[in-house]
Each structure stands twice: as structure tokens, then as C-alpha cells.
Ligand binder design. Structure first.
Ligand SMILES: Nc1ncnc2c1ncn2[C@@H]1O[C@H](COP(=O)(O)OP(=O)(O)OP(=O)(O)O)[C@@H](O)[C@H]1O
Ligand SMILES: [Mg+2]
Length: 439
């Protein structure tokens, strides 16, 4: 939409209020998607999970970087299986959970499942009631879980998602492995879907080869830019809104493939636009609404950023983190300090070299909440953000504060490093001699 078209895009106060009321249900940066219709760009992963659900004896591990959308994929698959007639339950694994507490949560979920369906049949009520009773014991082991699942099966095929499995303790993993082994040997029509974040190439659930044969591992990659744009485009269309091309460009570049930030950008911009009673979002709306939007989306991440960058005297921590977020990463999501030169020079407006930012890099990996993770030593030393979502947070935060302009991200890329300079420095940028700290 052109800028002039926005002039006629004004609405009355009541209409703007109405759209504002629907905004929270449309863009949900803090809640997983649980409907296939709202799941963007995951057709192949969705199909792979459902294929395994239909194959007796198969079980699934859904894994990917934190924040990439593993819960959303698993929950949407559960919704699809439920629509196909399965009894599909999603269990959120408590932090540090043992096997026992996961299956206590499962028992609760059975009760919630019934409460959510007030017109459920007697058969389902009996099946879930018996499952609940089978778990009503002092300590729950894999055998008890298997009996409970057998009861569920009397009401139809079953699918159980154990979500947030990255948070569980070792006993939970061992019990789940035993349970999967027992279920797959009998090829029972129940599918366990173990979902969670894997950091730096972990497997989420390590199992012996006999059990591995029963597993389908579905990796959830970062979202393609088209799928990120679709989150905003479809959501805005459902609200009768639209945005300029540079809003989409910002969303595609700054989100770095993490879907939460497509929701954050669209919602922040939409709220601002509606406050000025427009249905058309401009990039200024986004920049103006981002600060609030970022804090609301993930207060913990915001607090971690403040811990990393707040100092009594002026410091370069915020600049160094911004340069980290602007630096292209290699295939494993890390970068060498040398790769940061251009980005740090760009951020500071002066030609900079490794000694100018190396001390801050080390401090951000060792203290200040350890927002960076460091691997290797000497010339092999590499860094990455410990929480992947910190990188888009840092980029959008810099835009909210006016430290960079949305267009500055245009040259920014996701994925393997490319050769050549990322940013063009002004030709009159002063040179900082090597070995001099910029602080
Ligand atoms: N395919 C998708 N389409 C649209 N929105 C998505 C998609 N995947 C995830 N989201 C959104 O991204 C955010 C994070 O999703 P989700 O909670 O599923 O991620 P996660 O990988 O489980 O995160 P965590 O590692 O913190 O558990 C949520 O706001 C969710 O609505
Ligand atoms: Mg999750």
C-alpha cells in the first residue's frame, strides 16, 4: 500500500477500539499457536508428525532451537489428531520434572480435557477416569503410565505430547525411553510426542538403537522469511489492516527466523496505528510501539538484557551486543570475534578491531548474566547468544531506541557467513588504532 493510500485509511474511534480489542487474540507473542490454520510455514513438519501418529508403534521427537516454535508445532499436530478423532493431550513438563510428576500432570490434563468438552460422551469420561485412577499411586513408573494409556485407548487412538522436555530431569528421560520401548514393541495405537528445545545440536532424548528405530525425529528449523511475513500479513488481513513494505522488510530481517518477533512487530505496529486511528501500519508505528511490545512479549528476556548492559558509568556493552546481533553466523549459529569487526565499526561509527570489543565479549560470556556462550579457545574462539531470541530482541530494541534505523538491517542476513563487508562505513570514519580499547 502506498503512503498516500493511508490518508484514506482512517477509521472512527469506535472502529479502532473494536480492532484493538481483537489484536491480542490475533498476535500472541507470548502464547504458542495451537491451531494448524494459524501455523505458518510448517507444512512438511506438520505432515511428518501426523504420518508418524498414524503409524502404530512410531513415536516422535520434535526439537529445534529455543523459541523456534516446537510447542506450536506439537500443539497444532495434537489439534489435527484430535480433529481426526484421536484423544490428543498436551502435557507441559514441569521444570526439573521426574517421570512421576510428568504423569501426574498427564492425569490433571485428562481432567482438563473432559472439562473443556462439556458435551463429551460417557465412553471418553470412563476411559480418562480409569486412566486417572491408574496413576493415583505413591510413585508412578513407566508400567503405570502404560496402563493409563491403555485405558485412554478404549476411547480411540491416542496422542500425548510431552512438551518442554528440555526441562525434565534424567529420571524422566530414562522412564520415557522405557515407556516408548514398551509401547512400540506392542505397536499400540498411541503416539508419544516428546517436544522441546535443543541447544547446540543436542538430541532431546537419547535412546538405545532398539528404541531409536521406533522414533521419528522432526527438526523444526528457523522460519523462512516468507512464512514470517505470512504471520503478519494473514493476521493483519483478519483485522482489516495492512502495513507498508518496509514494515514487512523489518519484520523479515529483524526476526532472524524466530516467529515470536513477527508477532511482536505486527502487534506493536498495529497498536500504534490504531491509536492514531489508522488501519495502515508504517515503520514509524512499529518503532514507536516496540519498547512496550518487547517488554510485554518476554519480560525475562528484557530483564536479562538490562542485567547485561546496565552499568554505573557509560560502557560499550549495549554496542557490543548490538554488533553481535548484526554479525552473520556460521552454520552452527556461532561467530568468531574477527567476523564482528564490520558490525562493531558500523555501530560505533569508527573503524574498530578485535581488541576494541574482545574484553566486553569475554565479560558478557562470563558474567553479566552470561548472555553470550563461548566455545573453543585461542583462534578457535567463537560466540553465540545463549538464548537465540536475544539476537532479535537486541536488534528490535536498538530500533526502538533509535540507535539504528530499520533500513540498516537491509544488508543483514541469517545463516552462513558470507564474504565481503556487511556495512559501508562513511568514508570519513575515524580509524581507531589496533590494540586500543574503545572504552
Ligand atoms: N509456525 C508458526 N506460525 C505462527 N506463529 C508461530 C509459529 N511457531 C511459533 N509461533 C509463535 O512464536 C512464539 C513462540 O512459539 P513456541 O512457544 O511454540 O516456541 P517454542 O520453540 O516452543 O519456545 P520455547 O523454546 O520457549 O519453549 C509464540 O508467540 C507462537 O505463537
Ligand atoms: Mg516450547
Amino acid at each position: 500500500m502506498s503512503r498516500s493510500a493511508y490518508a484514506s485509511n482512517q477509521v472512527g474511534a469506535v472502529a479502532a477500539r473494536d480492532v484493538l480489542d481483537r489484536l491480542d487474540a490475533t498476535f500472541r507473542p507470548s502464547a504458542p499457536v495451537s491451531s494448524p490454520a494459524l501455523l505458518s510455514g510448517r507444512d512438511s513438519e506438520h505432515a511428518a508428525v501426523l504420518e508418524a501418529v498414524r503409524a502404530p508403534g512410531r513415536h516422535v521427537v520434535v526439537h529445534g532451537e529455543a523459541g523456534v516454535g516446537t510447542t506450536s508445532l506439537a500443539a497444532s499436530c495434537a489439534a489435527s489428531a484430535g480433529a481426526d478423532g484421536a484423544v490428543a493431550l498436551v502435557v507441559a513438563c514441569p521444570e526439573g520434572a521426574g517421570f512421576d510428576s510428568i504423569w501426574r500432570s498427564f492425569a490433571e490434563e485428562c481432567a482438563v480435557h473432559l472439562a473443556d468438552r462439556p458435551d463429551h460422551g460417557e465412553e471418553l469420561e470412563m476411559a480418562l477416569g480409569r486412566a486417572n485412577a491408574a496413576l493415583d499411586r505413591a510413585a508412578i513408573g513407566p508400567g503405570d503410565a502404560r496402563v493409563a494409556l491403555h485405558h485412554v485407548l478404549t476411547a480411540g487412538p491416542a496422542m500425548v505430547v510431552l512438551d518442554g522436555f528440555d526441562r525434565v530431569g534424567p529420571d524422566a528421560a530414562a522412564g520415557t525411553t522405557d515407556l516408548i520401548g514398551a509401547l512400540s514393541r506392542r505397536a499400540e495405537p498411541v503416539t508419544l510426542v516428546v517436544a522441546g528445545a535443543t541447544d547446540g545440536g543436542g538430541t532431546l532424548l537419547e535412546v538405545p538403537p532398539t528404541v531409536e528405530r521406533a522414533l521419528v525425529r522432526v527438526h523444526v528449523p528457523r522460519l523462512a522469511t516468507e512464512a514470517l511475513a505470512a504471520i503478519a500479513r494473514d493476521g493483519l488481513a483478519s483485522l482489516g489492516m495492512d502495513a507498508t513494505g518496509d514494515v514487512f522488510e523489518l519484520l523479515e530481517t529483524a526476526s532472524l527466523g524466530l516467529p515470536r518477533y513477527a508477532h511482536v512487530v505486527a502487534r506493536a505496529g498495529a497498536r500504534r496505528a490504531l491509536q492514531r486511528r489508522s488501519l495502515g501500519i508504517t515503520v514509524d508505528d512499529v518503532a514507536g510501539g516496540l519498547r512496550t511490545g518487547l517488554v510485554e512479549a518476554d519480560p525475562g528476556l528484557d530483564a536479562a538484557y538490562r542485567l547485561a548492559t546496565t552499568t554505573a558509568r557509560p560502557s560499550r556493552f549495549a554496542d557490543v551486543l548490538l554488533a553481535c546481533a548484526l554479525t552473520p553466523v556460521d552454520g552452527s549459529g556461532t561467530f568468531a570475534p574477527a567476523a564482528m569487526r564490520d558490525a562493531y565499526s558500523f555501530v560505533t561509527g569508527r573503524v574498530m578491531d578485535i581488541p576494541n570489543f574482545n574484553p566486553q565479549l569475554a565479560m558478557l560470556a562470563e558474567g553479566r548474566g552470561a548472555v553470550l556462550a563461548r566455545t573453543g579457545g585461542g583462534w578457535r574462539r567463537r560466540y553465540r547468544f545463549r538464548r537465540p531470541e536475544m539476537a532479535p530482541y537486541v536488534l528490535l530494541s536498538a530500533i526502538a531506541d533509535g540507535r539504528i534505523a530499520p533500513g540498516d538491517l537491509r544488508g543483514h542476513i541469517v545463516g552462513p557467513a558470507r564474504s565481503g563487508r556487511l556495512f559501508d562505513l562513511p568514508s570519513d570514519a575515524p580509524d581507531v588504532p589496533r590494540g586500543t580499547s574503545a572504552d
